[in-house]
Design a protein around this ligand. Structure first.
Ligand SMILES: [Mn+2]
Length: 307
């Protein structure tokens, strides 16, 4: 009976600190839905992954890694925790296939977008982008998509589905204009489709990655959805992805592009996909979490210091 008496009472008790299980481990006043400008939705789904699976573990790894991030972003002179970031429960995978999963994602997001929240998805494989873009397009008719990926993801169909990871950019393009950056691998069908439709692509090869991002940003409308496949980064710093492609972006190239987008456009939603934590060192989960943090900050500021 004596043991029972030393248990903490229900509710916050400074003598028994508990880590809140949400992105950045924020207290209630900075993480309730009501107090938050941004909502992060974990989507632990990797049913159509074709090479190495494991991105279903991505959302949880990003949340846990985020506990180590500094709340204050000195580049933006912004305390990111004060934006208010609400982390929801995970969307349950729909095992009838990626088509029904797309519908489910679209339905879950619609509620938060209608409330004016900045919604970010924690993936999960890249097919989760399709339902998210569709939901954002409904709220922002002038939406465009900045698609950051080593791969074009422009196949009309792959392995019997039109809603898999290899078709995510193609389906997004059917909803709204799209621009691709960081691309360094595609099949002939995709290359032909991109050329026939004059889709803006910043190819990531030695002839182009020193050039400026202005043409890509210039092709985007005012309301931008940012979709990141972490394989856009070089495998030297991001090996924990299903399909690593050599010769990718470094951290500063990626983040400075996003900052430039935020300076002249509104980032209205985003996703960070394809983290398969078991395929790489813990630094990969930390890098993914920092990217989510940067996207929240850019979406809720103009990419410049606030003071
Ligand atoms: Mn990819």
């Amino acid at each position: 009976m004596d043991q029972v008496s030393i248990l903490p009472e229900a509710g916050p008790n400074p003598a028994f600190p508990l880590i809140p299980h949400n992105f950045l481990a924020l207290p209630q006043e900075h993480s309730s839905k009501e107090a938050s400008q941004a909502v992060l939705i974990p989507v632990p789904y990797d049913s159509t992954t074709s090479f190495r699976s494991g991105s279903r573990e991505g959302p949880e790894a990003m949340i846990t890694a985020s506990y180590g991030l500094e709340d204050y972003d000195f580049e933006l002179e912004l305390d990111v925790s004060e934006i208010g970031i609400h982390t929801t429960g995970a969307i349950e995978p729909h095992m009838a296939g990626p088509g029904p999963m797309t519908e489910r994602i679209r339905g879950v997001l619609a509620e938060y977008i209608a409330e004016g929240k900045i919604v970010g998805l924690l993936g999960g494989e890249h097919s989760i982008t399709i339902g998210s873009v569709q939901a954002h397009k409904k709220a922002h008719p002038n939406l465009s998509v900045l698609y950051l990926d080593a791969h074009a993801d422009m196949r009309d169909e792959y392995m019997g589905t039109q809603f898999g990871h290899a078709s995510a950019a193609r389906r997004a393009y059917e909803s709204c204009p799209i621009a691709l950056a960081g691309v360094r691998s595609m099949c002939k069908e995709e290359h032909d489709f991109i050329r026939e439709n004059n889709i803006p692509v910043w190819y990531w090869n030695p002839n182009s990655y020193e050039s400026s991002p202005e043409s890509i940003i210039g092709s985007l409308s005012d309301a931008v959805y940012v979709s990141v496949d972490l394989d856009v980064l070089d495998p030297a710093l991001m090996s924990a992805v299903g399909t690593p492609e050599p010769g990718g972006m470094d951290w500063h190239q990626l983040v400075s592009l996003l900052a430039k987008v935020a300076e002249s456009r509104r980032i209205v939603g985003f996703d960070v996909c394809e983290l398969a934590p078991a395929d790489g060192p813990p630094a990969c989960s930390y890098t993914a979490a920092k990217l989510v943090y940067k996207l929240v900050a850019y979406a809720c500021s103009n990419g410049k210091p606030t003071s």
